[in-house]
Write a protein of this length. Structure first.
Ligand SMILES: [Zn+2]
Length: 250
């Protein structure tokens, strides 16, 4: 039995039986981990209100070799994400961010980049950065870190830099092609969207927020990321479907 302590971001909290909760959390050193917090559903539990989605915590847990599910012995709150989750849009956004890492980060594999991305995105959101831009920044960086993000600079087929007219994402594919290689069908990507993707690649979120892109441009980047992500995962993130349905009703 091994005992570990690490700083973590809580991705998911689920009820287990009458008394316990299963907590999935992301650490730098060990990647994604899952553990049982015994008694966490009971009144006056020692876990109290610490098991909040997207909270940054110091967590200590026991792990038995060959078992996926550890046993959490203590959780101390380092930074709450509660101010983000006071309205429906914020709650949906929070589960969308967490969903990405539940899907893309690996269990037991160091995840320093994913950890820093989620940590800095939450920090920027708490500081009041535009939610729409923060979400586009986050989703495109997740794809980048997962190694599936298409290059926003040059066509991988012919090697030529993208011309001023923009690029094309083929319907069956996750690579951006120039208009010659991509052919007429597919998803057109504007030069402004390519430029925004290049900026996201080199600027921190607070810097990117200093020159806020238009809503139309953010929608274009959202659609592009969603298509690349769907193609890679072969399904849509559940939280994204929920967001789409909820927004359609508003
Ligand atoms: Zn080409």
């Amino acid at each position: 039995m091994a005992l570990h302590t690490a700083e973590a971001l809580i991705l998911d909290v689920r009820d287990l039986h009458d008394r316990d909760r299963i907590v999935t959390f992301l650490t730098r050193e060990f990647g994604k981990k899952k553990g049982v917090a015994r008694g966490a559903r009971v009144k006056h539990s020692r876990f109290g209100g610490q098991l909040q989605p997207l909270a940054k915590v110091a967590v200590t847990w026991y792990e038995k070799e060959g078992q996926d599910l550890g046993r959490i012995s203590s959780v101390e709150l380092v930074r709450t994400a509660h101010p983000l989750q006071t309205d429906l849009e914020g709650i949906l956004l929070g589960s969308y961010l967490a969903d990405h890492l539940l899907e893309f980060s690996q269990e037991g594999e160091a995840s320093d980049h994913f950890y820093r991305l989620l940590d800095s995105t939450i920090q920027a959101l708490l500081a009041g950065v535009d939610r729409d831009l923060a979400t586009r920044y986050f989703e495109s960086w997740v794809l980048r870190l997962a190694g599936v993000f298409p290059s926003p600079t040059a066509c991988p087929e012919c090697g030529s830099p993208f011309p001023p007219e923009g690029a094309m994402l083929p319907r069956s594919g996750e690579m951006l092609l120039c208009l010659d290689c991509g052919g007429p069908s597919g998803f057109a990507v504007s030069p402004a969207a390519l430029e925004l993707l290049r900026r996201i690649g080199r600027e921190s979120l607070p810097v990117a927020a200093e020159r806020a892109p238009s809503r139309a441009l953010l929608r274009e980047v959202e659609d592009l990321c969603a298509q690349v992500r769907r193609y890679f995962l072969q399904h849509e993130l559940r939280s994204y479907d929920v967001i789409q349905r909820t927004l359609a009703k508003v």
